[in-house]
Design a protein around this ligand. Structure first.
Ligand code: 2BA
Length: 109
């Protein structure tokens, strides 16, 4: 068995969960926060047999869109004056960041 861990954007999460559960995949949703943007995203844990990995990744690809997000980063205005002015940076986020992990043991009690 494999564990697919997919970090997706909040806006895509419910559509993806609906699609996966319709296709009989089991999904656990975690509310997570990205370290760079420090804003919310969603992490899904999906336990599957090895031969289903490509199908699940295909579903994720179908639903999860790439978006540009603006974040504000502080920048020193004048060298050592200690004055900081926020300036916007655009970053491209998603579709999804996917990890596939080997599961040594799976027990359902
Ligand atoms: P965040 O860490 O909030 O990152 C959001 C987006 O900011 C990233 O999109 C990327 O475009 C940009 N970014 C991240 N770190 C950067 C850096 N050091 N310099 C410049 N730009 C940077 P994605 O790559 O699509 O990642 C979306 C979310 O997926 C991330 O949110 C994070 O929560 C997760 N993620 C991505 N790669 C990961 C990894 N290797 N390990 C764990 N989580 C990861």
């Amino acid at each position: 068995m494999k564990l697919i861990i997919a970090v997706v954007q909040d806006d895509d999460a419910n559509d993806l969960i609906d699609l996966l559960t319709e296709k009989n995949f089991r999904v656990t949703k975690l509310a997570t926060t990205g370290g760079f943007l420090k804003s919310g995203n969603t992490t899904l844990m999906i336990g599957v047999e090895e031969d289903k990995i490509d199908e699940v990744i295909g579903q994720i690809e179908e639903v999860c869109k790439t978006r540009n997000q603006i974040m504000t980063a502080p920048s020193p205005v004048a060298g050592s004056t200690g004055v900081y002015v926020p300036y916007p940076i655009e970053v491209k986020v998603g579709g999804a960041t996917i990890f596939v992990i080997d599961v040594d043991k799976f027990v359902k009690i």
